[in-house]
Design a protein around this ligand. Sequence first.
Ligand SMILES: Nc1ncnc2c1ncn2[C@@H]1O[C@H](COP(=O)(O)OP(=O)(O)O)[C@@H](O)[C@H]1O
Ligand SMILES: [Mg+2]
Length: 408
Amino acid sequence: MSNAIPWSRSRIFRDESKLDVDYVPKSLPHREDQIKLLRDYFKPFIANPGSIFVKVILLGDVGSGKTVVAKKFGLSVNGLKTKGGALIKFSYVNCHAHRSFFSILQKIGRDLGLSVPRRGYSREELLYMLWSHLKGANEYLIVTIDEADFLAKGGESDTLYNLSRLTEVVGDVVHRIGVIFVFRELELTLDRSIWSTLQHNLIRFYPYTCQQLVEILWLRITEEGAIYENAVSDEVIDMIGELVGHDKGGRGDARLAIELLHRAGKYAEGEGREEILPEDVRRAYSDIIPLPKDSLVNLRLEEKLLLLALTRLLQRKKFVSKIPIGLLEMEYQEVCEEYGVPPKRHTTVWEYVRKLSGMGVITAERSGRGQRGRTTLVGLSVIPLQTLEKELIKMLREDLKRGGNVRE
Ligand SMILES: Nc1ncnc2c1ncn2[C@@H]1O[C@H](COP(=O)(O)OP(=O)(O)O)[C@@H](O)[C@H]1O
Ligand SMILES: [Mg+2]
């Protein structure tokens, strides 16, 4: 039965499949240059097929958009008819799944619609079979060898070497196959001889900034319709951008950003809510990147009290992810009173804030010019508030039993 029964319909996800890691979205902001370079490099291959052997390398960290750019390009060239009547085909091979020359050729064969024998063939025979198919059908193939690091690291560098000079290996003069190699790191994994046959046509992919991730996430929501627009807020999306943005100390990984949004949505959905809240993002983040267990134990008593104050405030203001430092200080004084500990002065509180944000537990930044002028906004994104509050109360009880501030 379909799950489109009205009462079981998600109040968060409009089309959850748009958040799949394999989904290729309509637009790829901030990757226009890379796509254009890829097109430019393959222009002669398509305009004058067979005349040159094009190899391109896509290089960048996880989640920088290499796979999706290669696939997007593949979709745009697959099935293209050239002026001379030849047909351009595209094939995608992930070396995590296909770790030998034979297995790679099998995958290419299947993408070309051939029935590829599983055994009884040598890789040479398989290669000739592909080649003569392309020749007979007047087809030219662009193949993406994704996660090629697995070949280099897995003792398959001869496979890489063969792929980087296919026409020679076959002994033809017509270049039937062009190759896009995708690597995370190059210099470390490749030996010199392969590097020198590959090094031309390198396209670099840089980690995404906070603003870029925010844009990518909003496009998944608005343009792609993954999530109902009123189920998310700027607050939530900005929070993810700040957690992952490379300029904010994060990984710059779009996959992580999308996964955080997806998981946070799952938490909201699981509780039957209509809206994703900052706390859902915290839960999602700590699922994927847990805070090291002992990072809070060594804090001073007052720092723990300050964190407890922040935790309480943010739980009360559940729609926002940050609060002005002035409010925090007031809450801190109340918490101190509750625990019978004299509160520290303003400047010391400031030092605590700086230290905790240096540790990556909280964030602190100057706000934009708001109604009440500029202030410092303090937030906490890496651990669910409920978990943190419980943990803090437990630690505080023990610290106080031991006689107050144990650490200087
Ligand atoms: N510029 C972009 N616009 C939209 N989505 C993107 C963009 N870059 C990456 N993504 C998405 O982020 C995820 C990771 O991208 P991917 O291409 O798999 O990264 P890589 O191959 O570099 O590890 C994918 O879901 C992809 O669709
Ligand atoms: Mg990839």
